[in-house]
Every structure is written in C-alpha cells, then in structure tokens.
Design a protein around this ligand. Structure first.
Ligand SMILES: [Zn+2]
Ligand SMILES: [Zn+2]
Length: 75
C-alpha cells in the first residue's frame, strides 16, 4: 500500500472506512468519501472534474469552505 490510511478521518475525526476515503488535492488530508450515495457513510468532502485537464480530484469540506469558487452553484 503506497498510501497510509489513517485510523480516523482527518476532517471530522471519526473512524475511517478503509474502502471509502479520498485524499484532498489541496491540503493532502485523507477524509471520508464514498461513491455510492446509497451507503450510509458520511462524506467529508467532494469530488470534482478539473475543466482543463478533465482529471478527477477530491476536495475536503474544509478546503471547499475556504475556496468558494470550488463549489459552484448555490450553497
Ligand atoms: Zn470524516
Ligand atoms: Zn483539504
């Protein structure tokens, strides 16, 4: 495993799910994120597509709050 998944989410501090997490592109913290919206798992961030490179990237809720331009649409 190249990446260490912490025991606890680095955004909310709750226990981490090894299968549902992501790495923030801005601050590097690892946080809860699930692709399956049917699962009762908290999301502590979001994923977006970079319009220029079309690459998928992840942003934790803290960074979304600090960078409102990364969160299009009404809050
Ligand atoms: Zn969390
Ligand atoms: Zn972040």
């Amino acid at each position: 495993m190249p990446e260490d998944v912490p025991e606890n989410c680095e955004v909310c501090g709750d226990a981490m799910d090894a299968n549902h997490n992501a790495n923030c592109a801005l601050c590097g913290r690892i946080f809860h994120l699930t692709w399956d919206t049917r699962l009762p798992i908290r999301d502590c961030g979001r994923f977006d597509i970079d319009e220029e490179s079309l690459a998928l990237y992840f942003t934790c809720n803290d960074c979304v709050a600090k960078r409102p331009q990364a969160a299009p649409g009404p809050a």
